[in-house]
Design a protein around this ligand. Structure first.
Ligand code: C2E
Ligand code: MG
Ligand code: MG
Ligand code: MG
Length: 282
């Protein structure tokens, strides 16, 4: 069992570093139990390539199947996991889970990357880069199928090891995107220095297009900035056709949002991929 491995440090393949037991007292016991009982589940929200008009990957979004309270969304438990540090072992579980399911996604025709959210807190674990590398090897993950989504907060820290971790993984073929772009404190020099391949326009700006002149201008500016820096740009939270048309008109590369699909369970995502492949073949 994954958590036993973490606790007893007796794992033979040494893929996952032992848990820092000095931290454990701070974990929410219910969340710690949820990880041990594997009550977490990854949902996937497709990303749509606007030029090809097809699915070009997905974002993995965690859910908690609570035995009594039912399906819980991350806003109700991720902040606590970040505060206590439980996000570190949970984060490895997430990557492992993506690794286990990638073969089925490839089989269903996945052509693109799976985006995994990475909290600032996960960089405080010094084992982050080597552990991700080992997990990728263990699950024979093609590094070109993985992309980590970072927020501006993670990058603005001055810690050199955050940057060197990103560079190390990037040299292995893993890509990085900047999530919720425009809502944090990005410095343009960081955008230039770090191997960030994609900007994700925050939903709060997408909400105002078309119609709100400020949001329209911000969205256009982010698309231009991304392209001028040779990066891809994804709009998050696209809910209607008018937003989609605005984004197509302004040359956005990809979209994600309820207009195409909510985040869905693996089984449903695989069937979306299969449908997508059939349509591509026509
Ligand atoms: P995020 O990474 O910015 O993810 C996008 C959020 O927007 C997701 O919420 C998604 O379900 C939601 N969304 C997508 N399209 C639409 C839309 O058209 N309309 C509306 N109203 N919402 C839309 P979710 O799944 O609740 O996740 C919330 C946040 O929790 C994520 O924001 C991310 O910061 C965090 N999170 C989720 N999964 C993970 C994870 O595996 N690890 C970590 N560290 N954080 C995660
Ligand atoms: Mg994200
Ligand atoms: Mg986001
Ligand atoms: Mg967010």
């Amino acid at each position: 069992r994954y958590c036993q491995q973490l606790l007893h440090n007796d794992h033979t393949d040494a893929s996952i570093p032992p848990i820092d037991t000095s931290l454990m007292n701070g974990y929410d016991p219910e969340l710690w139990r949820a990880l041990q009982r594997e009550e977490f589940e990854l949902f996937y929200q497709p990303r749509i390539d606007l030029r090809r008009g097809s699915i070009c990957g997905a974002e993995a979004l965690i859910r908690w199947q609570h035995p009594e309270r039912g399906l819980q969304t991350p806003d109700s438990f991720i902040p606590s996991c970040e505060a206590s540090g439980l996000i570190v072992p949970l984060g490895y579980w997430i990557i492992q889970e993506v690794g286990k399911t990638l073969p089925a996604m490839k089989e269903a025709g996945l052509d693109g990357r799976i985006g995994v959210n990475l909290s600032f807190r996960q960089f405080q674990d010094r084992h982050l880069a080597p552990t991700i590398e080992r997990l990728m090897q263990q699950h024979l993950m093609d590094t070109r199928t993985l992309e980590f989504e970072l927020t501006e907060t993670a990058l603005c820290s001055d810690e050199e090891h955050v940057r060197s971790t990103i560079r190390q993984l990037s040299s292995q073929g893993v890509e990085f995107s900047l999530d919720d772009f425009g809502t944090g404190y990005s410095s343009f020099s960081l955008l230039q220095k770090l191997p960030i391949t994609t900007l994700k326009i925050d939903k709060s700006f997408v909400d105002g297009i078309p119609g709100n002149p400020d949001d329209e201008e911000i969205v256009r500016a982010i698309i231009n900035l991304a392209h001028n820096l040779n990066k891809q740009v994804i709009a998050e939270g696209v809910e209607n056709r008018a937003q989609l048309e605005f984004l197509i008109r302004h040359d956005c590369d990809q979209v994600q949002g309820y207009f195409f699909s909510r985040p869905v369970c693996l089984e449903q995502f695989l069937s979306l991929l299969n449908t997508n492949r059939r349509q591509q073949a026509l």
